[in-house]
Design a protein around this ligand. Structure first.
Ligand code: F6P
Length: 540
């Protein structure tokens, strides 16, 4: 760790110690402008971070840490298309896919704008045809159902976004997502579908992923059995960077959509991997989604530190993770259609920042990415919120909520919204022992009962949360949310000096699964080299 970084971290620790006895509720009481001072507006989008136990000084110290890491230069290198993913010698230029300006987009010295626009136009043309019924199956019927076969970034993004934007999918085909190698996933999905009216999209950056190839082969076999070999070209489309491998599968080249190795799997929703989403919501709405991502890119590049939402998100996470030792981060959308957003963020954040070595391969001297988890509110309130309120670990929370209902029922929305703000307030404010006793006394309980119950009714408070408040969950807002978290993850990777764009940690399990599969299927009897537990389990 460089001296400047070590100094910045020590200053933050010293500052945290000084704040230890302060309560967030007192910071609110002392400063009536706290909400204004610790929130940022981006037109109708609001990021409120006033419920973290921080002061102006905290932000100044976090800014010094970012400076010690030469944050601006690292961000500029990312946007310049430099090979920031050093282990794979690649750029990470997913921002190019949503750059709606006319400026050249340079990756590895080449202007990739014409490539991006041509491919996007192909995707849009096919999406329009699939939505309108112009694209048809082998028997001449239009598609009523689309099944995206992919996993990880080739599944979570399209699945999350299609669900989030389901009101924009009216009039299009029904969308389904198959990811798990467990045959139950494909079987259950196909159970009620008419293959003559079903389009499959095989989505895989590498076109080698075991799960996707197994599901694609089974789906192909089902189509061939029902409609004949010649039907494959009418019922399959593919998205990949490996067009050579796609060709072997027998997919009609006019239904094959490419992207590039400088787009990471978990950053690929903006590329042709978004085909399922484009079919679902149409090309105009998809463009709005891109616009949302582009809004945030511009904001991330231009907004000053104290008003830069993704930078603040990232540095607040560092404050919690490294200075205060908090190991998890909850993401709670009070927005049922964002039900898959926490799962999407798990891949984005944990596959990016779940690393133990710095960019030059040395062990990291401090903790990196936290565990990300979440469920929609209000459901989580009746499940795991108990631990968040009174458990021994402090877990920072992101609340996401819309100002306006998307469903017609404003009463439901009022309840939802009230619950979201009530939880954020309860986590911050807490309830002291004296307050608990006073409440029980007001209920008329005996002093003995009060003494017995009061400790159980104490809420420590000072449980930090951010609130993301947007007008409604439309395509542009969703694009903003996704890009905000992408840049938050990048910001943290800079502070931790790790490469957020590779994922070597997924390799070992893949290799061993390939080794075990023939043994499990009795195609290979050699268990030499396996540990006793693994052989014992296979034998059993
Ligand atoms: O196993 C991890 C991973 O490589 C992810 O990074 C990726 O999103 C997913 O697998 C799927 O990969 P592909 O799109 O190549 O099938």
């Amino acid at each position: 760790m460089s001296d400047a970084v070590a100094v910045a971290f020590s200053a933050l620790k010293f500052h945290a110690d000084a704040l230890a006895q302060t309560r967030t509720r007192d910071l609110f009481a002392e400063n009536p402008a706290r909400f204004k001072n610790f929130s940022v507006k981006l037109d109708d989008f609001l990021f409120d971070f006033s419920k973290h136990k921080i002061t102006r000084e905290t932000l100044t110290l976090l800014a010094s840490l970012a400076e010690a890491r030469k944050f601006d230069a690292r961000r500029d290198a990312l946007f310049a298309g430099e090979a920031v993913n050093a282990t794979e010698r690649r750029a990470a230029m997913h921002m190019a896919l949503r750059d709606l300006s006319q400026r050249p987009l340079i990756v590895g010295g080449e202007n990739v704008r014409p490539l991006i626009e041509a491919e996007r136009e192909k995707v849009f043309a096919f999406a329009r045809a699939a939505r309108s019924g112009d694209a048809r199956g082998a028997t001449g019927l239009p598609f009523t159902d689309v099944v995206n076969i992919g996993i990880g970034g080739s599944d979570l993004g399209p699945a999350m976004a299609t669900r989030a934007l389901s009101p924009y999918g009216a009039g299009g085909p029904r969308m389904h997502f198959v990811s798990n190698v467990d045959g139950a996933d494909l079987a259950d999905t196909l159970q009620n579908l008419d293959l003559a009216r079903t389009l499959f999209i095989v989505s895989s950056k590498t076109f080698t992923t075991q799960e996707t190839m197994a599901n694609a082969a089974s789906a192909r076999a089902r189509v061939v059995a029902a409609l004949g070999e010649a039907a494959v070209k009418s019922h399959f489309a593919a998205v990949s960077t490996r067009l050579d491998k796609v060709a072997e599968f027998g997919i009609d080249p006019t239904r094959v959509f490419g992207f590039w190795d400088w787009v990471g799997g978990r950053y690929s929703l903006w590329s042709s991997i978004g085909l399922a989403l484009a079919i679902s919501i149409g090309s105009e709405n998809f463009t709005q989604f891109l616009q949302g991502g582009y809004d945030i890119d511009e904001h991330f590049r231009d907004a000053p530190f104290e008003r830069n939402i993704p930078t603040l998100m990232g540095l607040l996470g560092v404050w919690h993770r490294n200075v205060l030792g908090r190991c998890a981060q909850a993401v709670i959308p009070y927005d049922q259609r964002l039900a898959r957003f926490p799962a999407y963020l798990q891949q984005l954040d944990m596959e990016s920042n779940g690393k133990s070595v710095t960019r030059d391969g040395a062990p990291t001297p401090y903790e990196t990415g936290p565990v990300i988890f979440g469920e929609p509110g209000t459901n989580g309130q009746h499940a795991f919120f108990q631990l968040l309120h009174q458990g021994t670990d402090v877990i920072p929370i992101d609340f996401l909520v819309a100002a306006e209902p998307t469903a017609a029922d404003s009463h439901h929305h009022a309840l939802l919204f009230a619950n979201c703000l009530a939880q954020a307030e309860a986590f911050m404010r807490g309830r002291t022992l004296n307050e608990a006793k006073a409440q029980l006394r007001a209920q008329g309980l005996s002093e003995e009962e009060i003494e017995r119950l009061a400790p159980h009714k104490v809420f420590p408070g000072d449980r930090p949360s951010s609130v993301f408040l947007y007008r409604r969950l439309d395509p542009r807002t969703l694009g903003r949310l996704v890009a905000l978290y992408e840049h938050k993850v990048f910001t943290q990777s800079v502070i931790w000096d790790i490469n957020p764009f590779d994922q070597w940690g997924v390799e070992l399990g893949k290799e061993l699964a390939n080794r075990l599969a023939p043994i499990v299927e009795n195609r290979d009897a050699s268990t030499a080299g396996l540990d006793a537990s693994t052989t014992g389990l296979i034998d059993w």
